[in-house]
Write a protein that binds this ligand. Structure first.
Ligand code: ZN
Length: 124
């Protein structure tokens, strides 16, 4: 590894919705809160039942997905990160640390989103 590894540039995926290229001016990574709220309600219901019916390992809920695309193609977004604010690995790490403080962050597919933007990141 070199000292500049964390300045690696982002891969620019095409828009999830229209399939056209994105730029720093119009691309962003976003998520909607709807699925997050649904999962929170499901978990509240699940934990209010008798303990023996709870089997956490059997049915992981689908993860709320981060989407990449043009801001105009993702109008329902509740939370978004403009492309220019996550276009280096260092910025992506800063976002990861920031979002980690949100109570909904852990249930999202952030790991997939980051691996998509930085496919050469490798594994531990
Ligand atoms: Zn688009």
């Amino acid at each position: 590894m070199t000292a500049n590894t964390d300045e690696r540039k982002m891969t620019w995926p095409a828009c999830d919705i229209c399939g056209k290229p994105t730029t720093a001016a119009d691309g962003y990574l976003s998520i909607t809160y709807q699925r997050i709220h649904e999962i929170m309600a499901e978990l509240r219901q699940e934990y209010s039942r008798e303990p023996e019916v709870v089997d956490a390992g059997s049915r992981p809920p689908p993860q709320p997905a981060w989407h990449w695309g043009h801001s105009k193609c993702l109008p329902e977004s509740d939370y978004w990160i403009e492309a220019g604010r996550i276009d280096t690995l260092r910025k992506a790490m800063a976002w990861t640390l920031h979002l980690h403080e949100k109570n909904w962050f852990g249930m999202t597919d952030w790991h997939r989103a980051i691996r998509r933007l930085y496919p050469d990141i490798g594994s531990c």
